[in-house]
Write a protein that binds this ligand. Sequence first.
Ligand SMILES: Cc1cc2nc3c(=O)[nH]c(=O)nc-3n(C[C@H](O)[C@H](O)[C@H](O)COP(=O)(O)O)c2cc1C
Length: 191
Amino acid sequence: MTKTAIIYHSGYGHTAVVAEHVAKGVTEAGGEAVLLKIESAAQDFSAILDEASTADAIIFGAPTYMGDISAPLKAFFEASSKVWFTLGWKDKVAGGFTNSLSFAGDKANSLSSILTLAMQQGMIWVGTGLAPGAHSNSDAAPDVVNRLGYYVGVATQSDNAAPDITPPPGDREFARLYGVRITEITKKMRG
Ligand SMILES: Cc1cc2nc3c(=O)[nH]c(=O)nc-3n(C[C@H](O)[C@H](O)[C@H](O)COP(=O)(O)O)c2cc1C
């Protein structure tokens, strides 16, 4: 069985919902999903780094804050320089997701930050593999998968409301399908 580590930060619980749906997809596709939550930029990251090093795939997620990944994930990325010295994550499968309030909100920049980290670590990036779900405002209903039209990674949008109701069902399904896709690709790569 392939193992996927989902390493994420979530200040207010919305990105955590996305992480849980990615994990659901991993499990449904027959993989093992390990959710690893980053609590703060100041924490000791050793346990998460060790756990990630045993995974076949690592998916990173964070809310978009001020147009980029939140500081706790960035701090974790800097801590992962320890792994970079030995190329310890080379050829592991990688992916990323971000959630924010605005429909755009500069989420592409957050995904780009995650992609760059994965490339620095020599990982193999997997995009969403899905067509955009909407081509007009009237198409972009909350139950539409990939309603924001992202290819690089999963981008979701939550309103200013509790995480049990937002992000909406289409975004949750988008995250689940990404977990399935990454697991199917990881299985092929690991034989
Ligand atoms: C410090 C801060 C900066 C933010 N910057 C952005 C932003 O650049 N773009 C955006 O669309 N939303 C922004 N937001 C809104 C968050 O992305 C949104 O509330 C998201 O749901 C938070 O996810 P979380 O609940 O996982 O922390 C910001 C929120 C905070 C607290």
